[in-house]
Design a protein around this ligand. Structure first.
Ligand SMILES: [Zn+2]
Length: 168
């Protein structure tokens, strides 16, 4: 998927963090912040398509950037930025899981497409995952549905579940 990743990640992240908001572990602002940040950075693994050196791609597409190892590194990078940006203590606790989730949710979105994830458990396993061939990654219609659907889902979840009030 391309921009569909944004919507899918937004939908799943907004569901995952409902209990944290409902039980008062994060504020409404923090809830919005983590959902938007996860969605915004869920495109990151596909940067492997654009990183070139001497007209050659540095990374194999759907290789190391689509792996648990990359998710852990993303979590650490998010943590470092969180500390650097002097985020609230609560948000700093959420930086690692958010960075990790951004990559994992991207991988989830790639599973139904044609190409497989080649290095998901690198360096521990060479098993490949996905390639379910349900739709093409660049299918415009599917991407639109995921993108718009995810944003609308987030809006509805925020309104009815997080705020728990009818639209005014
Ligand atoms: Zn991808």
């Amino acid at each position: 998927m391309s921009h569909g990743h944004f919507g899918l990640s937004m939908l799943i992240a907004s569901l995952i963090f409902i209990p944290f908001a409902k039980f008062g572990l994060i504020t409404l602002n923090e809830y919005t912040y983590v959902v938007v940040m996860i969605s915004a950075f869920s495109f990151a693994p596909d940067l492997d398509l654009y990183i070139e050196y001497g007209n050659k791609r540095v990374f194999e597409h759907r290789g190391i950037s689509h792996s648990i190892l990359c998710a852990i590194i993303a979590g650490i990078v998010a943590l470092v930025f969180g500390i650097y940006l002097k985020l609230s203590t609560t948000l700093i606790l959420f930086t690692f899981p958010c960075g990790f989730l951004a990559i994992m949710l991207h991988c989830l979105g790639d599973l139904p497409t044609h190409a497989k994830l080649r290095m998901f458990f690198y360096p521990f396993s060479k098993n490949e995952y996905g390639g379910l061939e349900m739709f093409y990654a660049n299918d415009k219609g599917v991407n639109e549905v995921f993108f718009i659907g995810g944003v609308i889902a987030f809006a509805l979840i925020y309104q009815f579940v997080i705020l728990g009030a009818p639209i005014v």
